[in-house]
Design a protein around this ligand. Structure first.
Ligand code: HEM
Length: 293
């Protein structure tokens, strides 16, 4: 029975550490991937393979592609390719530091650690703007239908695709807006998290309303705030049974559907953009048969 990686559907943890890796030129990545496969998979980590890593194995995952770099009025959405992504999840930041060192050590001969970013749970699960994030996520069977591949055969069933973007907020700018303008930026009231029916078309939840797409574009979001010397914002993470639902939402946010851009861009911008394929799990280990291992 194919299984998805358990960390995908588990609730957002207290703390996260996101590692991204780049391929070292001229090395064989297979021994590193064999070590990855030897690790028991539980809720403590989610692993994603990037398009270049899959290509270097002379394999392809049909629905996996590189993150698109998009341009809209005054908006740049960058694509920042990486070979591998590891999302470490837990309660204790120190434990995640040590876990990350273990993962990086296993991979280092073929995959160089490129970026490390810590995320944290804020209050009841808020973005740093103070708005609750994740309200309209599908749950139960609907979450599985949105986020997990099925009906495509062994090696692919149970897998998932993930879009990851690190967004940097200008919180001074956001906090300089009136309460009404802040609520209209998101399309919900911060006070009680109620959706505002007559919010402007640029409101974020109007841009991304999942039922409003044809076909409907449901994703499973698992984003968390980050903060550091270079600012603060959101590590946006969305799992899908393909990348199409996320990409349809993003294109509409950028104004590529109807010329209306998402009001989020008035105070926040993406610094990174990645797509990964998250292999299924078999007997509590990653099943890498779809990429020839
Ligand atoms: C600065 C970055 C972002 C912030 C702060 C943010 C915040 C929020 C908040 C507060 C909500 C309302 C509550 C909820 O349903 O979760 C929301 C909804 C949503 N967001 Fe975002 N978001 C960001 C980026 C994105 C991106 C890049 C996408 C996809 C391309 C996206 C997709 C969605 C979707 C699908 C919903 C639910 C819409 C619905 O069906 O009602 N968000 N977001």
């Amino acid at each position: 029975m194919p299984q998805h990686q358990p960390g995908i559907t588990a609730p957002v943890p207290r703390v996260s550490r996101y590692l991204s890796f780049q391929l070292r030129a001229g090395t064989d990545v297979r021994p590193a991937l064999a070590r990855l496969r030897a690790r028991p998979m539980d809720e403590g980590a989610v692993v994603g393979l990037g398009p270049a890593l899959v290509a270097t194995l002379d394999e392809s995952i049909e629905a996996l592609r590189e993150f698109p770099s998009l341009v809209g009025p005054g908006i740049t959405v960058p694509s920042t390719p990486a070979a591998l992504w590891v999302w470490l999840r837990g309660d204790d930041p120190g434990a995640l530091v040590h876990a990350g060192r273990g993962w990086a050590g296993d991979l280092e001969k073929a995959l160089a650690l490129d970026t490390v970013m810590d995320g944290f749970f804020y209050d009841v699960g808020r973005d740093l703007t103070g708005y609750e994030d994740g309200t309209e996520n599908p749950t139960g069977d609907k979450a599985l239908a949105a986020a997990v591949v099925s009906g495509q055969g062994p090696g692919l069933d149970g897998s998932s695709f993930v879009a990851v973007q690190r967004w940097a907020h200008d919180l001074d700018r956001f906090q300089g807006l009136s309460q009404t303008d802040q609520d209209h930026t998101i399309g919900r009231r911060r006070r009680d998290n109620e959706e505002i029916e007559d919010a402007p078309e640029s409101a974020h939840v109007k841009r991304t309303a999942q039922e409003s797409f044809d076909p409907e574009a449901f994703v499973l979001r698992r984003s968390m705030p980050w903060a550091g010397a270079d600012g603060e914002g959101l590590v946006f993470v969305a799992f899908g049974r393909s990348l199409d639902a996320f990409e349809a939402q993003l294109r509409r946010m950028v104004g590529l559907d109807d010329g209306i851009t998402d009001a989020l861009f008035r105070f926040s911008r993406p610094l990174t953009g990645n797509y990964f394929w998250c292999p299924p799990v078999k007997d509590a280990h990653l099943d890498l048969s779809a990429v020839g291992l």
